[in-house]
Design a protein around this ligand. Sequence first.
Ligand SMILES: Cc1cc2nc3c(=O)[nH]c(=O)nc-3n(C[C@H](O)[C@H](O)[C@H](O)COP(=O)(O)O)c2cc1C
Length: 314
Amino acid sequence: MIKVSVLGLKNPLILSPLAEITIPPFRRICAEFGALTISEMTYAKGLLYNDPKSIRRISRSESEKKFGIQLLTNCPSDLGEAVELIEKNNWSDFIELNLGCPKPKITNADLGAKLLIPKNRKRLTELLEIGASTSKLPFSIKIRLGYEKLSLFEVIDLAETADIAFITLHARLATENYLNPAKWEYWRKAVENTSLPIIANGDIKSYNQATEVISEYGVKGAAIGRFARGNPQIFQKESKIPSLEIYDKLISYMRNSPYFNLFNLRVQSADFLKHFRYAAGARKQILSMSNREEIIEHTRKKLAGFQEEKNKKI
Ligand SMILES: Cc1cc2nc3c(=O)[nH]c(=O)nc-3n(C[C@H](O)[C@H](O)[C@H](O)COP(=O)(O)O)c2cc1C
């Protein structure tokens, strides 16, 4: 069956999952700026065992009109059960299998991108079949070009056979780090090789670049990860809302959530500062602060100062 859109949406921009960073309050803001959102990778077993941290991670806000849960597993029966659980509880609009994580902790357990290696082909086939056939919810996959060697086209063939809803392609091998630029030409090659919708991912830095990529490569959407950090307005065309206003909103969402702790405040606050020149010192200072309100005040003051400087220049 030819699929012409992703979840019935025309060319969505997606907030690409970033473990420990795209926490629910941050996802909420990105959704308010128009992003389609997906949870951070979550162990299928964590959901099956009702692990509070996993359940928290997949909690969805009302702003997230279309929301997916990303699962990490290499066990077909766990995947089937987790899919049933998600569907029964109406937790999300779609389910995604992580086939891209390159972290040794994950790949040493034959999870994430390690499922792309030829030795794991049978296992992958079973996972895709179970994932796509168990649920009425769309089932998608997020892949790399391969683990250490290209396996994109074999994996696309398996996805076609299983009738996957769409494929997000992070255009790097799992063994390549971020210093190697993503190989965007593979988005086009993927599009030419399948009738399944392809979502482009890897090194997309702005709203305009995302829309250019969609029109130039024939992909059906674009996923943005690192460049959305501290910058949720990236999902909206020419958003002029000052960062301080958005930061204040994020903090208000965090305060009403289990994520209002030092770790998350440090990460999110430093992220908001990194878009300004000469902010390295201010970001470093955050690491030495151990009081939540102090971090917030410090970040607010810096953001207001940077904004004032910017206004003077205009
Ligand atoms: C800190 C960090 C955490 C990540 N966590 C996840 C994750 O949980 N699930 C996932 O599919 N990809 C994860 N990724 C990969 C990103 O979603 C994305 O594919 C990658 O960063 C390339 O896109 P970008 O250039 O827009 O960041 C992570 C990347 C980083 C840097």
